[in-house]
Write a protein that binds this ligand. Sequence first.
Ligand code: GFB
Length: 323
Amino acid sequence: MSVAQAVQSDRYRPMDRSAPVFVAGRNGLVGSALWRLLTTEGFTALLGPGSTELDLRNRPAVFEWFAKHQPHAVILAAARVGGIKANDTRPTDFISDNLQIQVNVLDAALRHGVERLLFLGSSCIYPKRAAQPIREEALLTGPLEPTNEAYAIAKIAGITQIRSVRRQHGLPWICAMPTNLYGPGDNFHPEHSHVLPSLIRRFHRARTEQLPKVVNWGSGTPRREFLHADDLARACLLLLERYDSDSPVNVGTGEDLTIRELSDTVASVVGYEGAIEWDPSQPDGTYRKVLDISKIAALGWAPAIKLSDGIAETYAWYESTAP
Ligand code: GFB
């Protein structure tokens, strides 16, 4: 189905703002951005249990929760996520937790007839050597990046489950594939986080403790694309209201930069002026994974937050919460 056909599908309709919407992963980077947006957009019955209230890996508990709360729509933003080192060293956690979360939530949503559902994947589902910028059609056309294969396979399984439900049950469930995300509320763990929060934390510490140098991971030459979580949240709502096809939709900026350039930008925002060194014994990961965003652009979405502004906002948030 083409984008134009998908937009014109007779299944297109606005979301019911008074019906219960389950934002799975409500306390994470993406979930909290979705919560802010949906609240501003007039959604009055948002449901977002924290992980202590509802462990999504607990299948009976998930089914019980759905029976009790009867959500009309679900955004599946809950996942075990992490940076390159967390993915590389704890692959069992990434494949097992993500498969359990997905299968439980998607099965319970099917059992309870949830009609509108958006599953969030990641740009790492595409082959390591995919042609750039990466189009949605590249899915399952080649081997994956080894450092995050376990996570990527779990996300690919999620896409296949969504497509299967569409085919077997005719529900208009959809998938979005965001690029590397950042923003307030991100995870700033020194070992397990993604590069952008890691750099903020490292440069902040170096500036406040007047350290003469910092050491970043890898060669600094890989290229990455970064999208603010608030921009992703707007894309999610637009897709839920206007998109109905079994092809995943890329969500990114369509522009990337080297990790070295990112490091210079973060250093300048944080005000760190010391030396920056690189540790080639740490993994670089995929060389490049910039997304082709023409499909979502055709639906009328574009990113609104400039990377330097988003980094400044994220750093202000980090400073206000840093111990
Ligand atoms: O953000 P990041 O961990 O994830 O790393 P990926 C991006 C790049 O930044 C790599 C370099 O080339 C790292 O070597 N880097 C430099 C650093 N310094 C640091 C640092 O202090 N911390 C971190 N984390 N990186 C993840 C996947 O891949 O991205 C996931 O493992 C997922 O599955 C996620 O797709 C979005 O972009 O390499």
